[in-house]
Design a protein around this ligand. Sequence first.
Ligand code: GLU
Length: 322
Amino acid sequence: MKSTRGIVAASIIALVFAGGCSSQSDSTAAPETVHYTEPPLPAKVVPVLPDSPITPQVEPPCGDPTASLRPTGAGGPNIDSIRARGRLLVGLDTGSNLFSFRDPISGTIVGFDADIAREVARDLLGSPDLVEYRSLGSADREQALQDHTVDLVAKTMTVTCERRQRVSFSTVYLRANQRVLAVKDSGINGIGDLAGKRVCVVRGTTSLDRIRHDQPAATILTVPTWADCLVVLQQRQVDAVSTDDAILAGLAEQDPYTELVGGSISVEPYGIGISKGNDDLVRFVNGTLDRIRADGTWDHIYQQWLSALGPSPGPPAPTYQD
Ligand code: GLU
């Protein structure tokens, strides 16, 4: 069940407190200048200094980064140890509307990414409920895999050659596009309008590198999660947010005063992150992804969570390196 109504209500309340509440009922107030108290920036907001180095957009060569390992049906040591434990440890964002967030009624983590992870657990352990979630920010994803504190990362994670130096990926399970979210009628109609504007982006993301590279005249504020970006947009401490359309659609659903603008800035193919060397698990996850592409589960999950992006485009076709 989606939490849309509750979240929208909370967001409207947040907007009212954040700046929508003028003293219009006070007829003695001077009409021309209304002063608002600037709310403090949320903790953990870090501005990007204009002269800080931009990660080069030239990726280290790895051929097609989205080519993964073919499912074989064989087992392996990592699969054995997850089965011995009896639970699949999944790293994700616990506050990402549509992808992985707490259902306000049941308190359980639900969403597109959560459902993909549950399908892996169904095949691996016999039940989709045998999942234990670990909350991760975008910048924590690779470290969690390198430290083996999770078996999988299912968190809107773009497959890149750069990341593949440190972690492995499943085949692509969703293709997103980076775009821009702005307040309706703000005059911002795409990345070209962000010169001289303040833009919120999460640290440790492809979105940050892309916006810095493609719109160097923007002032960037970074935060740990995309939900933090919605708050600073609502408080008018930034003019826009830029990341994947799928994530922005979740924010726009939480705040009807916002909208996605402009075309695609870049294609962002999502893969399940897996610790480097855990090839048996990569092949296993790819087997699950093959199953859900073929048996209609993928379409069902898409329609349940991502219909705001339009009708299902169908699951992305896998590519294999072997
Ligand atoms: N897809 C982008 C990335 O992997 C942004 C998504 C996110 O921060 O979760 O960096």
